[in-house]
Design a protein around this ligand. Structure first.
Ligand SMILES: [Zn+2]
Length: 137
């Protein structure tokens, strides 16, 4: 990581921030921080997967140290990037897509189990929020 990135990273951590994707105001360190047309912050893995305005994602990442063990897609363009899906997203898959998803999920776990577990936990939290939203309707 470059020195300028370290400085940026430190000054960002202390303050509240607004997630670039869901627009929620959050405290603490963002899940991911980008330097792309100004500093952009994302609050969670879910917002990271939904964010479509930052390209290419990995080249603009500031808090690289949080992602050290993750496979960086830019280095292996053939590899399809795997993202965990929420229950709502899984419901929309065809049988074929679902099988493919489950195979990719297994592969993703085998590459880095700890990271995968953490990512899946974020998706479970999102499932819980979806459930709450459905109840209140
Ligand atoms: Zn967010």
């Amino acid at each position: 990581m470059s020195y300028s990135n370290i400085i940026k990273n430190k000054s960002i951590i202390k303050n509240d921030y607004r997630c670039n994707n869901c627009k929620c105001v959050k405290k603490g360190k963002p899940w991911s921080i980008y330097d792309y047309n100004g500093i952009k912050k994302l609050c969670s893995y879910i917002c990271h997967t939904k964010e479509r305005t930052i390209h290419p994602v990995w080249d603009n990442l500031v808090n690289v140290e949080d992602f050290e063990n993750i496979i960086i897609p830019n280095f292996e363009p053939v590899v399809e990037t795997f993202y965990f899906k929420t229950n709502l997203e899984l419901d929309e898959l065809t049988d074929e897509e679902y099988t493919k998803y489950m195979n990719m999920r297994e592969e993703h776990y085998s590459i880095n189990p700890e990271r995968a577990k953490l990512e899946e936990k974020y998706v479970e939290d999102e499932n819980y929020i979806d459930k709450l939203e459905n109840i209140s309707l």
